[in-house]
Design a protein around this ligand. Structure first.
Ligand code: AHR
Length: 392
């Protein structure tokens, strides 16, 4: 008998079993024997439908498929019943428990901590089993984590790539294993065939928003600007620098006089700002600071205060992220503006993955999050209160 015929035969067998009357037609008593068969048939049919409907989901599905195939070959009813139970158990377990590996950069900033917290929360709410790996700012750790996720046969991989280059081979490996990869908050230099989608903001636009705000604020006055850049080679450091410069084009009164990386950390921001202040006559030659994230700006604020100057007035400060501590600094008049980057990258990422898992729907290659400018007139104290318990 061909497999197709055997399948049709089995389906009608299920249908007959499913519609078995459970009561004795003569005395109206429950017929427990028939009822048992009916339940087993319903369970098995549901499990098989589930297994057939879902695209590739790793090893559990391969095992489930093997069991179903075996079922077709078996005559022995006891074995069939036991397999039914196994398939149902596997189906139930895998239906709500996809496994996702998350290679996070580290915990260099308050924003990064919030992204980690929200990713864990989102996974928990959706019944996703999240395997978390902290790369401690090292690309080699991220590559090792991705290889380990591939070896484990996870259902998807999330990665926040610490730098933009050097991902081709490892992402090829994930692709060959048919594991969808989603980039979170940072981009890579490489073909977009290597990943399912990227969730993030327009990083160049963020830099432009910061630059436009400053240009507006300064007007026609002369302004010497210092810049704290993010991690060298990372997409936000590259793009935020470019976007800011774009906004300053043709404005000869604004000049970036010093620029150095503070690695997106508070301590890095403080240390580099101290050297800027020293090099610029104790800070008298500096009109404004542009920091690629709030944490570096917060470190710089400390350095400016220690140098005897007033951050926010003697030196204007614009940054990116919108973390609670920075809102507090704005409320205190020590910082001027920030461009919001939502830490909830996982929400849109899991939405896209769930659709992909359900029926193979491919999302857009870039899912863009909003970038909103906040200034001192946007109730920074209220913003601080609203965000302070969100895991930053
Ligand atoms: O990639 C996003 C950036 O990385 C955030 O702006 C910064 O705080 C983080 O560390």
């Amino acid at each position: 008998m061909s497999r197709a015929i055997s399948k049709v035969g089995t389906t009608s067998l299920f249908d007959s079993l499913v519609s078995l009357p459970c009561r004795n037609r003569y005395n109206g008593q429950q017929n427990h024997h028939l009822k048992g068969w009916r339940i087993a048939a319903i369970l098995l049919r549901t499990a098989m439908e589930l297994a057939a409907r879902r695209p590739r989901r790793g090893r559990r599905d391969q095992i489930a498929k093997r069991l179903v195939t075996k079922f077709y070959r078996e005559e022995n009813m006891l074995k069939t019943l036991m397999m039914t139970a196994a398939v149902v158990a596997l189906g139930t377990a895998s239906a709500g428990a996809e496994t996702v590996g998350f290679s996070q950069i580290g915990s260099e900033s308050g924003w990064r901590a919030a992204e980690t917290t929200l990713t864990r929360q989102q996974a928990e709410e959706r019944g996703i089993d999240l395997k978390f790996s902290d790369a401690q700012q090292k690309q080699e750790n991220q590559i090792a984590a991705i290889r380990s996720f591939v070896a484990q046969g996870v259902d998807a991989i999330l990665i926040a790539p610490v730098v933009a280059t050097g991902w081709d081979s490892v992402l090829e490996e994930a692709k060959e294993a048919e594991i969808p990869v989603v980039l979170l908050d940072r981009q890579i230099d490489g073909s977009d065939d290597l990943y399912l989608t990227a969730v993030g903001s327009d990083l160049v636009h963020e830099g432009s928003v910061a630059g436009e705000w400053l240009a507006n604020e300064v007007g026609d006055g002369e302004c010497r600007i210092v810049e704290l850049q993010g991690t060298t080679g990372s997409s936000p450091a590259i793009d935020r620098a470019n976007g800011f410069r774009k906004a300053l084009e043709g404005k000869d009164n604004l000049e970036i006089v010093r620029s150095q990386t503070g690695d997106f950390t508070r301590s890095g921001g403080k240390e580099v700002m101290e050297s800027f202040l020293q090099a610029e006559n104790g800070g008298s030659g500096i009109c404004a600071l542009y920091a690629h994230n709030d944490d570096m700006a917060l470190g710089a604020i400390q350095a400016i205060k220690e140098a005897g100057l007033n951050p926010g007035t003697d030196i204007k400060i614009v940054a990116i992220d919108a973390v609670p501590d920075y809102f507090q600094a704005m409320a205190n008049g020590e910082a001027n503006a920030t461009v919001e980057l939502t830490p909830n990258m996982a929400g849109p990422a899991f939405d896209a993955l769930e659709k992909y898992w359900a029926d193979g729907t491919a999302p857009e290659k870039f899912i863009q999050t909003e970038s909103k400018l906040y200034t001192q007139s946007d109730d920074p104290q209220g913003e601080y209160e609203a965000r302070k318990d969100l895991g930053y």
